[in-house]
Write a protein that binds this ligand. Structure first.
Ligand code: VGL
Ligand code: ZN
Length: 197
């Protein structure tokens, strides 16, 4: 179990049906097997008074993020559909838990802290950094899906923004589009100064 306190935020990344459910459009192998581990971390975080943040990929029906529109991925997490909903076994957000929706404007939303226009490359901050600073958070614990995409980019951004950061490896799973992507993501997180546990 990670160390939690009031200056720590747990970032629960993209535990949505399309990634975590075997019938999801971009199912990450084993994505459903980590939900119990994630729920344990959520409970520990709440008990210690940590902020629990949930993120959701939330794409329009057409976006250069999708292969059919020139991007890299099968259609997934279309805003308002079953695939974009949080997995039903995941402990639900509470009223005051921040929920960050990424990619609603058609951007790539790999990091919980920033979105990026896949065509121009322009990057824009989400509201997360401000929310965490307002709450006095200095430390983040990152888990969820996918290890080599959104968990990785969220972890690297957290370090870039100066948060002490832990990545809970056994509460993540990689897409492994290329074999070894997951391991390379953990290495990049370590190199950026995150503790990989
Ligand atoms: C993700 C691929 C495309 C993720 C999001 O949440 O890791 N992966 N969009
Ligand atoms: Zn996406």
């Amino acid at each position: 179990m990670s160390r939690y306190d009031e200056t720590t935020a747990l970032l629960v990344v993209d535990v949505q049906n399309d990634f975590a459910h075997p019938e999801g459009n971009l199912y990450v192998p084993g994505g459903d097997a980590i939900i119990e581990r994630i729920n344990e971390e959520i409970e520990a975080a709440r008990r210690a008074g940590s902020t629990v943040v949930y993120t959701q990929d939330a794409h329009p029906e057409a976006t250069p993020h999708f292969a059919k529109d020139g991007g890299s991925w099968p259609v997934h997490c279309v805003d308002g559909t079953w695939g974009a909903e949080l997995h039903p076994d995941l402990t639900s957000p509470r009223e005051d838990d921040p929920v960050i929706r990424k990619g609603t404007g058609g951007e790539d939303g790999y990091s919980a802290f920033s979105v990026r226009d896949p065509e121009s490359g322009d990057s824009d901050a989400t509201e997360l950094d401000r929310i965490l600073r307002d709450r006095g958070v200095r430390r983040t614990v990152v888990l969820g899906l996918a290890q080599d995409v959104c968990v990785k980019d969220t972890t690297l951004d957290a370090r870039r923004l100066g948060y002490e950061t832990e990545l809970v490896a056994d509460a993540t799973r990689p897409v492994d589009l290329q074999p070894g992507d997951g391991d390379r993501a953990l290495e990049a997180a370590r190199e950026a100064g995150a503790v990989v546990r």
